[in-house]
Ligand binder design. Structure first.
Ligand code: SER
Length: 891
């Protein structure tokens, strides 16, 4: 059974058993700040398990692309992957252990025809029920083991907080491992880790929630979360002892063999096999991550990606590759995996380019790192040991992997202080812990409101006012029955026309008016199903249960809508002009401006940006009517709607369209030529004409492959244009020329300024030369050589230096000059080899003089300069210098 057949068999099996098939979500978890990456199939279902959102069905199944950072260092061995697909079936408060265990067994033994005598199960120490259920399937008691949490039979939470529970695992027995004493004694079991057993299925009985303070509470229902690594399962059905011998990965290994000219042979040359596997895995992971919008950078997700990429290149380097290869491998990875994520095809050129640029950059740092390592090797000739700190700096700053440092060191007969390296690494991990997981109190708040049964309906798409009722009030995070004049707090109403911040769009402002008072809303946020209005009571008081009228600040809302619609038009124009690889990577939509982050490998040219802006404004003038549809997720994606990287599957989605080519035929409401079609929950204009005008204010790089546009619309755009035009008018008046001639005038001024500067420099040079000649003529003879020791007029230390150089050329053996350069003492000295030999050094004389004037400085025996602070000491300093000269030259 091929990997792809396995995918289909799994989904079909669980669909037949009433499971709703859900598409994989992005590797960037949707709205989940507790997680860096999607690490399991259950991540997108967390809100359902927590009772915060209604699931599309109680039984769900998915093939989720996952990414785990924990195993990066092991990648290259037979079993670890960072990026993989996880087969999963889930029950949200529906079936529980009997069905989950029964189906897992049936699928493995009946559908996949895995030899039952090779299967082992583990259950949590106290889980008698699961143990009995496995026994019922016919599994003998000696192959049902009880494992502790430490042994892996407790799963979750993913991140610091979240759902978790005891679990039960299925392991496949490949047969005794030669050399394992437990195997020989017939006492081996999965936790020994000798390579004999492979975990192929995990069933989590998800019933608990870990709070932020570490305590454990019950989830609203008992849930099932199962996960099976696709390639692990395939390796069993295909009899492939490593994941890389399963059909899909194997094809990529073949590409690694081709680009390296090395043969994959795990028995004969395990090191080469390890490197080829690491290259294979990381190339595929790069394709996965970049498609979902992760781009290389020095922090967070981007840093993880960059490390992978460098590790792949290093392993290529290690087995002798000296030419770039990553682009080819990534290309092949996309060929293999695009069926599971068609976005990969759209992004292919972009991802290849990313690989090319990063690889070129790393190859440069790799060279630099190796040079620095050579320097450390010279420096440590005495100890023949590379200090941990240096190894770490080479790794951390220059991207040189420790393995490579060790290898190079060994070839010189050196060792590396690994313990020191590890210590530095631990410190670094401490420092960057914040990158791995973030904590948030959003879930906690959502849970609290859910427990209180407080829910808000958003009614603000069509109207800006709503008659409603006050459901809940809070002051300083504590529920209260009323809020009085002047008090700030939070209000929850049953129906809110106020839009809660989301999808980049800011939360609405507005008013809540009740019979007894008025509350001014200054922010609106969503926690689960609850919309919370923050602000203050500006008149009377507000009470729980009071009838209330909620009114949105209409001007602010429509300014924001202008920027939101403008953002969609801009997004579509960027894709039209720069290419369909352009994806939104973040946005801010406020009443004042919009900010749009997007993926693109290089700075667009001025002409491209001008075309983008022009295209947006054409679409604005075309006054295209908006259409909003609520439809199934799959249908929307099929119709070509653009989803944000972080969008998560929901049963139905809202799709916002601006389609100028729709025509009047209701049959063709969804023509593929639609100009802009996005999944979006935001509030938009009814027609593009209301945007007025869009002006791009700036476009800058904010990371590798990532750019940020700031733009304004409506009245802000008008003001921006007015300001710019006003500026030109002011310039025209100032230069007393028509506006069109301002530039020419500035060019002319610059030219004459340059000519003037040149003239002054020439005059200075001549004056210095004259001064030097005068000084030379008045040189003193001390100890048989010509010496100049003088205080002169000079503008800068550089002028002093020029004069001293000329004096030396004129044959003066020792020069000491001092000047008051714009209020600060400046000194220079220059000495011939001859006087240096007699003990008179320029640096010593300058240091002595400068010290007196409260300064310091330095140089070499033949030339030195210094500054000071106290200009009143210049004359005294000159005398110090003279004394030193007399002493040394014995005059
Ligand atoms: N969440 C569990 C895991 O990741 C089962 O899907 O192993």
């Amino acid at each position: 059974m091929t990997v792809d057949e396995l995918r289909r068999a799994f989904l079909a099996y669980f669909e037949e058993r009433g499971h709703r098939r859900i598409p994989s979500s992005s590797l960037i978890p949707h709205g989940d700040p507790t997680l860096l990456f999607t690490t399991a199939g259950m991540v997108q279902f967390k809100p359902y398990f927590m009772g915060l959102a209604e699931p599309p069905a109680r039984r769900l199944t998915s093939i989720q692309r996952c990414f785990r950072t924990t195993d990066v260092e092991s990648v290259g061995d037979a079993t670890h992957l960072t990026a993989f697909e996880m087969l999963g079936n889930f029950s949200v408060g529906d079936y529980f252990k009997p069905e989950a265990i029964g189906w897992a067994w049936e699928f493995l033994t009946d559908v996949l025809k895995i030899d039952a005598s090779r299967l082992w199960a583990t259950v949590f120490t106290t889980d008698d029920e699961a143990a009995a259920l496995w026994a019922k399937q016919g599994l003998p008691a000696d192959r049902i083991l009880r494992y502790t949490a430490e042994q892996g039979n407790w799963w979750g939470p993913p991140g610091d907080t979240g759902p978790m529970g005891p679990c039960s695992e299925m392991h496949y027995d490949w047969g005794k491992t030669p050399g394992c004493r437990h195997c020989e004694a017939d006492t081996c079991h999965p936790d020994i880790g000798c390579g004999r057993f492979l975990e192929i299925w995990n069933l989590v009985f998800m019933t608990y929630y870990r709070e932020e303070d570490g305590s454990q509470t019950d989830l609203p229902a008992a849930n099932i979360d199962t996960g099976a690594g696709l390639e692990r399962l395939a390796s069993v059905t295909q009899g492939a002892r490593t994941l890389y011998e399963t059909d899909e990965l194997h094809r990529l290994v073949a590409v690694a063999e081709r680009v390296s000219g090395r043969k994959y042979d795990a028995e004969e040359s395990p090191e080469i096999a390890f490197a080829l596997r690491a290259m294979t895995e990381h190339s595929r992971a790069l394709a996965f991550l970049a498609t979902d919008g992760v781009l290389p950078s020095n922090e967070g997700r981007g840093y993880v990606l960059r490390r992978l990429l460098r590790r792949a290149i290093y392993f290529g380097y290690k087995i002798g590759i000296r030419e770039p290869f990553l682009e080819q491998m990534v290309d092949a990875a996309i060929d293999l995996s695009h069926q599971i994520n068609p976005q990969m095809l759209e992004q292919r050129e972009f991802i290849k380019r990313l690989a090319r640029v990063e690889e070129a950059r790393f190859l440069q740092t790799l060279d630099r790192g190796l040079t620095l390592l050579d320097e450390v090797i010279v420096r440590e000739a005495g100890t023949k040991r590379i200090p941990g700190r240096d190894a770490f700096t080479l790794y951390d700053t220059h991207g040189l992997p420790l393995e490579l440092t060790v290898e190079v060191a060994q070839s010189h007969g050196y060792e590396v202080d690994r313990a020191g390296f590890d210590a530095e690494m631990d410190l670094q991990r401490e420092r960057s812990r914040g990158d791995e997981t973030f904590t948030s109190n959003n879930d906690d708040r959502a849970l609290r409101y859910a427990a209180l049964g407080i829910e808000t309906a958003f009614v603000g798409y069509d109207g800006l006012d709503a008659r409603s009722e006050v459901l809940h009030l809070e002051r300083d995070g504590e529920p209260v029955a009323r809020l009085d004049t002047g008090e700030t707090g939070e209000v929850v109403v049953r129906e809110s026309p106020m839009y809660p911040e989301g999808g980049g769009q800011v939360g609405d402002h507005g008013l809540v008016v009740t019979p007894t008072g008025q509350f001014r809303v200054r922010d609106t946020q969503r926690y689960g199903e609850t919309i919370v209005l923050t602000g203050e009571v500006e008149r009377g008081h507000i009470e729980v249960s009071a009838a209330a009228e909620a009114r949105v600040d209409a001007v602010r809302r429509s300014d924001t809508a202008r920027n939101h619609t403008g953002t969609h038009l801009l997004h579509a124009a960027l894709r039209a002009v720069l290419g369909t690889h352009v994806r939104q990577a973040g946005s801010y939509v406020g009443p004042d401006r919009l900010r749009f982050d997007y993926t693109h490998p290089e700075a667009p040219t001025e002409a491209e940006m001008a075309t983008v802006q022009r295209m947006v404004n054409v679409k604005i003038r075309a006054d295209i009517r908006s259409e909003t549809f609520v439809l199934g997720y799959e249908e929307a994606i099929e119709r070509g709607a653009i989803a944000f990287f972080e969008d998560r599957y929901t049963d139905t989605v809202r799709m916002v369209e601006y389609c100028d080519t729709r025509g009047f035929d209701p049959e063709h409401m969804h023509t593929s030529e639609c100009y802009s079609r996005e999944l979006c929950g935001g509030t938009h204009l009814h027609a593009t004409g209301e945007v007025g005008m869009l002006i791009v204010v700036s476009d800058v790089s904010i990371g590798a492959g990532l750019r940020r546009i700031e733009a304004v619309t409506g009245a802000s755009a008008e003001r921006f244009v007015e300001d710019r035009a006003g500026l030109v008018n002011t310039l025209a008046r100032r230069f007393k020329v028509p506006a069109a001639e301002v530039l020419g005038r500035i060019d002319a001024l610059e030219e004459s300024l340059a000519a003037e500067r040149k003239r002054v420099e020439e005059a200075d040079r001549r004056a210095s030369a004259g001064l030097a000649d005068d000084l030379a003529a008045r040189a003193e003879q001390i100890g048989g050589v010509s010496v100049v020791i003088a205080r002169i007029e000079a503008e800068s230390p550089d002028a002093l230096r020029g004069i001293s150089e000329r004096l030396r050329k004129l044959g003066i053996a020792f020069v000491f000059l001092a000047a008051n350069a714009n209020g600060r003492p400046a000194f220079v000295a220059a000495a011939s080899e001859d006087v240096i030999a007699r003990g008179l050094r320029a640096d010593e004389v300058v240091r002595a003089a400068a010290t007196l004037a409260g300064g310091g400085g330095g140089g070499r025996p033949n030339f030195a300069q210094a500054g000071g602070k106290d200009a009143s000491q210049i004359d005294a300093a000159v005398e110090v210098a003279r004394k030193a000269v007399l002493e040394r030259l014995g005059g």
